[in-house]
Design a protein around this ligand. Sequence first.
Ligand code: NAD
Length: 552
Amino acid sequence: MTTPTQIRAPRGPNRTAKGWIQEAAKRMLMNNLDPEVAEHPEDLIVYGGRGKAARDWPSFHKIVEVLDRLENDQTLLVQSGKPVAVLTTHALAPRVLIANSNLVPHWANWETFDKLDQAGLMMYGQMTAGSWIYIGTQGILQGTYETFASAANKHFGGTLKHTITVTAGLGGMGGAQPLAVKLAGGVSINIEVDPTRIQKRLDTRYLDTVAPDLDAALKLAKDAKREGQALSIGLLGNAAEIVPELVRRGFTPDLVTDQTSAHDPMWGYLPPAQADEDLGELRRSQPETYLERARAGMAEHVRAMLELQKRGAVAFDYGNNLREQARIAGVANAFDYPGFVPAFIRDSFCEGRGPFRWVALSGDPADIYATDQALLELFTDDQRLQSWLTYAAKEIAFQGLPARICWLGYRERDRAAKLFNEMVADGRLSAPIVIGRDHLDAGSVASPYRETEAMLDGSDAVSDWPLLNFAVGVASGAGWMSFHHGGGVGMGYSQHSGLVAVADGSEEAAWRLSRCLTNDPAMGVIRHADAGYTLAQDVARERGLDLPSLGI
Ligand code: NAD
C-alpha cells in the first residue's frame, strides 16, 4: 500500500485502467495528493482550508482500485470522497459521478458538517480538491492575474506599476497573489502566519523575497514603488494584527484584499495568539472560545480594510467570505467594499469566459509547450491570452503533472479541445490530455457573496443554475462530473458543479468534447443573459444560442 506522502500519479502513454477516462481520473486523484501539488497530502488535504481529495486513506485506495477495474460502460459513484457504488450505465456516460459536502439547506452549516465529518460520514471537497482537477497554484494564477489586471484597468490606467497591494494568505490559492500582482506590474506585501507557506512560495518562484519585519517590508515596498519596480514581499505575521497596524501607522496601500481561509472560521483563519500559545489545543478544548477569537480577529481585520478604503485604498473581497464572518462578529458595514466578481470579473462571465485548464498525462512538459503553441496559433486575436501563454510557457514552474490554464469563453473551449484531441490522435502529443475547469466559472456556481454577488435581477441565491450545469455535463458526455456545496465561501454559502473531460485522440472523445465543452460554457452565457446582462444577450445572439424565454 502506498504510504500517504509518496503519492505521485503514473506518467506516460500506457494505462492500467480499461479506458483513458478511468486512467485520467485515477491519475488526477493521485496528482491532487502529490506533495508538489497538495498543501497537506498526509491528511488528504489539497488546498482551501480542509479541501480533501478522498474521505480517508481506505477510500482513496479503494477508488484507485475501482478505477482500474471499471468497465467502459460503467459509472463509479463517489459520495463525499467515498466510493459507494459501481453501476452499469452506457459507453458515453461519465465514468465517475461525484457529490461532495452537500447538505439539505436547513442544515447547511459548519456545525452540522463538522459532526458528520467527525462521524466519518462526509468530507469537505472545496472546488477542485474533491473533484480531482486541482493543478497547484498555477490553477488560480491566471484568474488572479485577470482580477488584478482588471483592477489596474479600472483604477490605475492599465498597470499596477507604482502601486502597493497589501494582502494576506499564501496558501494553495492565495499563493498566486504575489506573482499575479507582479505580472500586473505592481508591488505587494503578502502577510502569512505560517512560515512553511512562505517558504513554499519562495521555492516555487511565486514570491520574490521575505522581509524580516513590517518596517523592512514597508521600506522595500516603498522603494520598489518609487522605482516602478514590480516586487513581491512576504511578511510573517497575523493579518488581524498587521492590517490594523498599517492603519495606526497611517500607511495606506493602493489596493487591499485578503485570501486567508476565512470561509472556515474554525480551521482556516488563525486568530492572533501569544508566541507560546497552542491554538490547536484551544480549538480542541474550547472550540467556542476559539471561534469567537477567530471571528474577533476577522472583525479587526475588516475594520482596518474599511478604514484603508476610506483613506483611498481600492479594497475588495477576494472570495473567502471574510466580510460575512466580520458581519457575524458585529461589523455592520462589512459589505461596504465589493467582492471581486461584481467589481472586476462579471463581464467575462457574460461571455462564458472562465478558467479552462488542461493536464498532460504523459508527464512530459513538452506536451504542454506544444499545446501552448497550438493555442497561440488558434486564438491570434486574443491579446490577453497571447501575453499570458507566452509568459506562462517561460516562467511557470509546474507542480505535479505538467498543466496549463487560460481563460476561454463560449465557442472557444470546444475549439481548443478539438485541437488537443487531434494532436493526441496524430502523435503531436505523446499521451492523452485531461481538460477541466474550476467550479469558479461563468455558469457553474451559485454563491451570493462571490460569483453571484449583486446579480442584476437579484437572483444571487438561486442554485437551480449549478444543478442544471451538473446535469448538462452529464448529458453532454463529460468524463466525470461533480456537484459540491460550500466551496470558496464555506458551508451554507455556495453550491457549484465541476466538469472534466479527456482528449485521448479517439472519435468518441471528439464526440464528447464537442458537446460538453460547448454546452458547459454556454451555461455562463445563459445564466447571465437570463439575469438581464445585455453583454450576455448579445453573445447569445451572435454565437447562436437558442434562449426561448428571451426571444433569442
Ligand atoms: P489555504 O488554506 O491553502 O491557505 C490559507 C492561508 O492563510 C494559510 O497558509 C494560512 O496559514 C493563512 N492564514 C490563516 N489565517 C491567517 C491570518 N490570520 N493571517 C495571515 N495568514 C493567515 O487556502 P487557499 O487555497 O489559499 O484559499 C484561500 C481562500 O481563498 C479560501 O477561503 C478559499 O475558499 C478562497 N478562494 C478564493 C478564490 C478566488 O478566486 N478568489 C479561489 C479559490 C479559493
